[in-house]
Write a protein that binds this ligand. Sequence first.
Ligand code: PLP
Length: 384
Amino acid sequence: MTKSNHGFSTRAIHDGQAADPLTGAVNVPIYLSSTYQQEEIGRHKGYEYARVSNPTRDALETNLASLEGGSSAHVFASGMAAIMAMVTMLKSGDHVICGENVYGGTARLFNQIVVNYGIEFTYVDTSDVEAVRRAIKPETKLVHIETPTNPIMTITDIRAVAEICHAHKIELSVDNTFMSPYFQRPIELGADIVMHSTTKFLNGHSDGLGGVLVGTTPKHKEQFAFVQKCTGGILSPFECWLILRGVKTLAVRMEQHDESGRKVAAYLTQHKKVKQVFYPGLPEHPQHALAKKQMTGFGSMISFETGSLEKANTLLKSVHVCTLGESLGGVETLISHPATMTHAAVGEQERARLGITDGLVRLSVGIEDVDDLLADLDQALATL
Ligand SMILES: *Cc1c(COP(=O)(O)O)cnc(C)c1O
């Protein structure tokens, strides 16, 4: 089965993953072959060399295109490699508008590597749609956004930004890593390209890096396949298989992440040692209405304010079920300190401007028993 009209969970389990024609295996095999036998000059079964294409990778790409509602998908060795592949659509002299609080690695790639090739970047608060409009120049070719943002959970109106982009013949790419296609499908809201670090919710088990670009035009398909072939930053067959395996349970995992996320956010909100909670599912989140409109769930990314670096550190040292570590989107609950971990390179001044304080702690709520998570946070907060 390739792409079908079935529901999300059915597509997650079946699209791109017909039983193996040779053996009937219900799981797509991990094809570990760098090259393929050819019958005669120019005649083969569609596979020649593994940098160009691989059956396990094809299955994953078909599957992810189906889940995001795109026309093609191409997977790369990491989320960053996927963004780098997207950048190859640009030329010297082009201009990009980028969300001011995108993933730190994205800004680092743009500011320390891509600018050297004559591509210019303007960073704006994309939750302010007019700020996006004001930043447009004749050379603007791409707007790249992330919603919700990390770690303050600011929401950008994807449909509104897409309309501005299309009025100016600019493409909109959305990093959909935090929500996964289960809760947010930017292409349905007008985005042209969706990017993911599959390392996070899509894989879901914290055991493999990967990235994907889901495209909507024949040009995307051609360009991203060409980048795979030319630059070789492809995802290995084993890692493709890990993601195929992870995605089969995406729907049930996301439901549980969301249910537990809401419970943890509600618990933190009423705790007297917690000064502020950032979670789009809370009615007091300034963009709760927009979040409800463009997302079908709120996920499990939550940030909260402890008051100081010392308090944050005490809390992080005191948790037992939550694991102190970077990354997100796995079955296990990860807790982290944005100011010294994910946003250390951002600099103190910029962190202050973005609202990333030294007391801010971020949670990626996993799918353990939520009562164990609440008890763990409760005993850790009691030490403050
Ligand atoms: C992790 C992450 C990336 C980078 O992905 P890697 O797989 O680590 O290269 C990009 N965007 C977001 C939102 C992420 O969380």
